[in-house]
Design a protein around this ligand. Structure first.
Ligand code: DGL
Length: 276
């Protein structure tokens, strides 16, 4: 795996950037919230699109790869790491915290707790990757917060790939979304949790298909709030910077991938190749 032998000196200065990574471009849905909560912050974002989807990979593989991506970001001066990926959080958050105990590592998990509080039918639908749904962390989450409701889970197979290709509103993506939400609705869910950071980019489609009586929940903003809280608590919150910046790397950088980033983030965004 790359980056292993690079010596990482952790930067603990509020002026340093925050490192963010995901299996691909889904984490931009979290970065969007982080940017609006932390306008002065500089962000480094790694999309591991060359290895997406993570949801079908083993936890050991995701853990090793996440350590490498963390090392890359810390090597570029990151003061904190945001794992903008439910699947990588389940597999690797603990390993990252053990490797760099002095670095704030912020992860994310499907919003089972708010969904259980919001449901009126008593049935909650969770759309997430196979890896997240199979993880011990998710089992523990259900055990803690899902006891008093019925939880129906559905792996959103194919949705990550559709977002990576920038196919947010094609007939094929519509049909795929329908095939995933229909079993949740048929089971009586009145709350659907978007348990993968790629899915908020399909939120419009999902909401059209489920109708207004079903609530769709995504954790992006609460994760951004938590990031702000952790940075502030560690004395690492950047201030006095008029406008924060973003830098993007991808393990599958190409003209087409850059166009997708420009569509999902900003027309001026540039995508660099993640070094091997
Ligand atoms: N975006 C990721 C998540 O939140 C992972 C998607 C994947 O690569 O399977 O789970």
């Amino acid at each position: 795996m790359p980056f292993r032998d690079r010596r990482v000196i952790v930067t603990a200065a509020s002026s340093a950037p925050t490192g963010v990574f995901d299996s691909g471009l889904g984490g931009l849905s979290v970065l969007r919230h982080a940017r609006s909560r932390l306008p002065a912050e500089d962000f480094l974002y790694v999309a591991d699109s060359g290895h997406a989807p993570y949801g079908e990979r083993s936890a050991d593989w995701i853990r090793a790869r996440s350590l490498n991506l963390g090392e890359f970001l810390l090597g570029r001066g990151a003061k904190a790491l945001l794992i903008a990926c439910n699947t990588a959080t389940a597999a690797a958050a603990q390993a990252l915290r053990e490797r760099w105990p002095e670095v704030p590592v912020i992860g994310m998990e499907p919003a089972v707790k708010p969904a259980a509080a919001a449901t009126r039918s008593g049935v909650v639908g969770i759309l997430a990757t196979t890896g997240t749904l199979a993880s011990a962390r998710f089992a523990a989450l259900l055990d803690t917060f899902g006891r008093d409701v019925r939880v129906i889970t559905r792996p959103g197979t194919g949705l990550v790939e559709a977002v990576e290709r920038g196919e947010l509103d094609t007939p094929a993506t519509r049909a795929l979304v329908a095939s995933h939400v229909e079993p949740l609705l048929a089971g009586g869910a009145d709350v659907i949790v978007l348990g993968c950071t790629h899915y908020p980019f399909l939120r419009g489609l999902i909401e059209q298909q489920v109708g207004s009586s079903v609530q769709v929940i995504d954790t992006g903003d609460s994760v951004a709030r938590h990031l702000a809280h952790r940075l502030s608590g560690a004395g690492l919150l950047r201030s006095g910077n008029p406008e924060g910046t973003e830098h993007f790397w991808s393990s599958a950088a190409s003209g087409t991938a850059e166009q997708v980033v420009q569509r999902l983030w900003h027309p001026d965004a540039r995508l660099a190749s993640l070094p091997e």
